[in-house]
Design a protein around this ligand. Structure first.
Ligand code: ZN
Length: 220
């Protein structure tokens, strides 16, 4: 059973909640999938059952089809954010990295039919997530950068300063519709470089402000 962890591998006291995801928050990623640049954040939700620790091994359900990765900065919500919250950054307990796994072929089919994407985005184990670095007053003062490698090859480089909608704006927009509760996660969108995964792949995520820290897994 997944539980949120700190970088030192201690479990947090926070419950496991929903994962609110932002689609198309980087211009270059919207372009690579031939999607328009959105004028307001595109939102969708993964349930708590999508969460799995990005640690040692992650098992993908091959029967569902080909899984694609999207590496994203993840925000761990420490206290409630709703439509009336004026300074939402103060309510973030930690930052980590996650893969927003996607069944891309199925997603394209569902989109073409005008159907919701849940089957392609919200399935079990579709959100492998690293331990979190606790937030302090400096965390969001500078840009946050991260990198993702597949089998030793750099595939994605994210930088919060390149987001179409910055983090404060995302949290304000999300909380107009969905109250964020302690233990919820917000994924902030993926940069360019998304692609498919295969069994046996070695995956690595690293946050550049914490170079000594990284997480690696092997896919089963
Ligand atoms: Zn995504």
């Amino acid at each position: 059973m997944y539980r949120h962890q700190w970088q030192n591998k201690q479990f947090t006291n926070l419950p496991t909640g929903k994962v609110v995801c932002i689609g198309r928050n980087y211009v270059e990623h919207a372009k690579e999938l031939d999607n328009p640049i959105p004028s307001s954040p595109l939102l969708f939700i993964k349930p708590a059952t999508s969460l799995v620790a990005f640690d040692n091994e992650v098992t993908l359900n091959a029967a569902l089809g080909e899984h694609h990765y999207e590496a994203e900065l993840a925000l761990l919500i420490g206290s409630k954010i709703d439509a009336g919250t004026s300074a939402p950054l103060m309510h973030i307990a930690g930052i980590g990295l996650a893969l927003d796994l996607t069944l891309r072929d199925l997603q394209s089919e569902l989109k073409a039919q005008g159907h919701p994407w849940e089957r392609a985005k919200a399935y079990d184990n579709s959100c492998p997530i690293t331990p979190f670095v606790p937030c302090d007053e400096n965390t969001f003062a500078k840009n946050i950068e991260y990198r993702f490698w597949q089998n030793g090859e750099l595939k994605q480089h994210g930088d919060s300063s390149l987001m179409i909608f910055p983090i404060t704006e995302l949290l304000k927009e999300v909380s107009r519709y969905f109250t964020l509760q302690p233990g919820d996660i917000v994924l902030t969108g993926t940069p360019k470089g998304v692609g498919s995964l295969a069994q046996g792949d070695k995956l690595k995520l690293r946050m550049e402000q914490h170079p000594a820290w990284h997480s690696e897994v092997i896919l089963k």
